[in-house]
Design a protein around this ligand. Structure first.
Ligand SMILES: Cc1ncc(COP(=O)(O)O)c(C=O)c1O
Length: 402
């Protein structure tokens, strides 16, 4: 878990705080790691989950690595096309959107992944017997937090197994043609067994679909958040999949193609969220470190109770003390509670690790605060890839009627 402290400090000095910095070499490293684990599986495509990090420079970089795109909104589809992704390598996976959005995606030429019988019926009326992907609810409770466990029976996502007969009937009547089956059970999937349950389920369902060509296994790979933290055993993951592909081939005589949709795995560790300490406030038994940001800029700790290692870039090697690092938002706004960090003084620069995924992409202007800038480190150079917002950006689009 290497990080270039000098470079990150320099970025903060030049561009100010708060800001996000992404080290593109970490994306290369992660992609290589994936390819090594899956080297015995030849027919697969990686679709980066755009929702994790959608800055156009990052998406263009990822496109240059030969990846496709997982898009969940028509806007992500359009950004993907703008960034040069091939239309046939963009899979649009909406959830509960108006059918007009699906129609627009079809007209843009991207692939469609539907997750309800209701939307499939509309699809078959407009585009009878056209290839389509369907998202299955595998009935597996997986993921690091209830908000990101999306494949269980009570989840709004995916088509439940009990409704598959309706789909098979539509296919028999040549109303639809299911060529891809998709699952995404959750993010930060800790137990390898949960992956296994999902994979076994989707392959067993695939036997019923005669036009099936591709299985899309979604994202969810767990990455370590600190030294010694658990992570998905990629070799085991690949082995489980390989066994299922083999079984499918021997029963149906067909080689299936695979799609993976990693978000966090590719970009989480590439990102650093950097803030400056305003005050150290002593209160009862706490020492609150008050930084120049809040959950408006980095919501994961609040939303998911996610853990992010915090490094004091100004004083990384000093004795450690216990601090609660908090933001400036007018609600509970805690980045870390009673965390041991090397001695902090006001004016120090703090860096939150593993901020590349669902960091900037989940920012808001809550409390009428401006969004931070984004930088990347590429070939050892620091480059700005999004300007810090200015006051006028906050007013943009508002209509003063008085
Ligand atoms: C459909 C789909 N695919 C892929 C992902 C990426 O997940 P992760 O970042 O855990 O890899 C998500 C995340 O929510 C998703 O909804």
């Amino acid at each position: 878990m290497y990080m270039d402290i000098k470079k990150l400090k320099k970025a903060a000095q030049i561009y100010g705080t708060p800001l996000y910095v992404y080290d593109l070499s970490v994306i290369d490293r992660q992609l290589k790691k994936f390819k090594v684990a899956f080297n015995k599986i030849n027919n697969y495509q990686i679709h980066f989950a755009a929702k994790a990090l959608s800055n156009i420079s990052i998406l263009k970089y990822i496109n240059s690595l030969g990846l496709g795109l997982d898009a969940v909104s028509i806007e992500e589809v359009k950004i993907g096309i703008r960034c040069g992704f091939k239309k046939e390598e963009i899979l649009f996976t909406p959830n509960g959107v108006n059918f007009s959005e699906i129609r627009e995606a079809v007209s843009l030429g991207v692939k469609i992944n539907l997750d309800s019988v209701e939307s499939l019926k509309d699809f078959s009326n407009s585009y009878p017997n056209q290839p389509v992907s369907i998202r299955i609810n595998p009935g597996v409770y997986a993921g690091g937090n209830e908000n990101i466990s999306v494949g269980h029976l009570n989840s709004k996502f995916g088509i439940p197994e009990e409704r598959l007969d309706e789909i098979l009937e539509m296919e028999l009547d040549k109303k639809i043609k299911v060529t891809t089956l998709h699952i995404h059970t959750g993010s930060d999937i800790i137990k390898d067994n949960d992956f296994q349950l999902g994979i076994k389920k989707i392959f067993s369902i695939a036997h019923n679909f005669n036009n099936i060509e591709t299985i899309d296994l979604g994202g969810g790979i767990k990455i370590p958040y600190f030294e010694g933290d658990t992570e998905t055993d990629l070799d085991n993951y690949a082995k489980i999949i390989k066994d299922e592909l083999k079984k499918f081939k021997s029963k149906k005589g067909k080689d299936l193609k695979l799609i993976f949709e990693p978000g966090k795995f590719l970009v989480s560790d590439s990102g650093y969220f950097i803030t400056k300490v305003n005050y150290l406030k002593k209160s009862n038994k706490n020492t609150f470190v008050q930084v120049d940001s809040g959950f408006n800029h980095f919501v994961r700790p609040t939303l998911y109770k996610s853990f992010h290692d915090i490094i004091n870039l100004s004083n990384p090697n000093d004795e450690k003390f216990e601090y609660s690092v908090v933001g400036y938002i007018c609600e509970k706004d805690t980045f870390a509670e009673k965390r041991k960090i090397s001695k902090i003084s006001s004016g120090d620069i703090l860096c939150f690790r593993n901020s590349g995924a669902y960091g900037f992409s989940m920012t808001s202007n809550y409390n009428s605060r401006l969004k931070p800038s984004e930088l990347c480190i590429h070939n050892n150079e620091i480059k700005e890839i999004r300007k810090r917002e200015e006051f006028d950006d906050l007013l943009y689009g508002q209509i003063d009627i008085f």
